[in-house]
Design a binder for this molecule. Structure first.
Ligand code: CAA
Length: 248
């Protein structure tokens, strides 16, 4: 299989880091974007660790919530590395609150970082993928976009919206060799999940038939599968990876 250029947004996050490692091991040239404010306060350490592990993943600064920032970042990536063949929309944040206390800022931040970002980034790379006759777009959604979650009206709405985008754009891309798919992870052992209050987290784990959180590699390997040249007949799918927590 030929090596491709893969752009992973939020590549310094818990799932994103493992996606960068896995796609690199598959032989792809991986780059990531990062907005220091939201996604990667420990970026310097992340770069050092990845280098020590033998991964060369350049980081380009971009605020995924901002269209122009994404345009400039992709322009720079294409100039310095080459055209993007694989896009993994992985950047995401939580601002959990019950609706009766949720502020407009908490709503807007989650919708713009988790959902607007998918348009902002995909719009930059999609025309080139169509022209070249190959592309793989993988949107990292969530179990909570499938079933809704108490305290996550913002996050559940954004994550459900991602798959609406996937289904629409899959139809636009498939005849030109561009596939678009969603992955909906359940609760994964990342900093984002470890932030949940301990009693609440334990009650969530009790609802997972597998009896544990997922490991990030269990998500990343499915990204690599969908990104493969051989997965050209899979488009518009939403793949659940949730330990049996939500089956429908
Ligand atoms: N269903 C029904 N009632 C619930 C409930 C649920 N799932 N969870 C809590 N309640 C009840 C509580 O029992 C409590 O009832 P009483 O007032 O009668 O005691 C009431 O609702 C208030 O609950 P909290 O004490 O939890 O309210 P809070 O304001 O202190 O906290 C919260 C709210 C921050 C949203 C907290 O409930 C929470 O952290 N929930 C988990 C949210 C979650 O799953 N986030 C996932 C983050 S990771 C991620 O998003 C990655 C991914 O994709 C999976």
């Amino acid at each position: 299989m030929s090596a491709k250029i893969a752009l992973v947004t939020g590549g310094a996050g818990g799932i994103g880091t493992e996606i960068c490692r896995t796609l690199s091991r598959e032989g792809h040239r991986v780059v990531t974007t990062c907005a220091p404010v939201f996604e990667c306060p420990n970026l310097a350490d992340w770069k050092k660790n990845m280098k020590a592990e033998g991964f060369d993943v350049p980081v380009f600064e971009a605020d995924v919530a901002d269209f122009e920032s994404c345009r400039l970042a992709v322009e720079q990536i294409e100039k310095e590395v080459g055209p993007v063949d694989i896009l993994v929309n992985c950047a995401g944040i939580t601002r959990d609150s019950v609706l009766k206390k949720m502020t407009s800022d908490q709503w807007q931040q989650v919708l713009s970082v988790n959902l607007d970002s998918v348009f902002n980034m995909t719009r930059q790379v999609f025309p080139g993928m169509l022209d070249r006759g190959f592309g793989r777009i993988v949107n990292i959604s969530s179990i909570n976009g499938r079933k809704g979650q108490f305290g996550q009206a913002n996050y559940s709405a954004a994550k459900a919206g991602m798959h609406g985008f996937t289904m629409a754009v899959a139809q636009e891309g498939i005849r030109k060799g561009v596939t678009v798919n969603t992955i909906s992870p359940g609760y994964v052992a990342t900093e984002m999940v470890k932030k949940i209050r301990e009693d609440v987290l334990q009650s969530i784990i009790a609802q997972i038939p597998a009896g544990r959180l997922a490991e990030p590699w269990e998500i990343a390997r499915v990204v690599a599968f969908l990104a493969s040249e051989k997965s050209g007949f899979i488009s518009g799918a939403n793949i659940d990876i949730n330990g049996g927590q939500f089956i429908h």
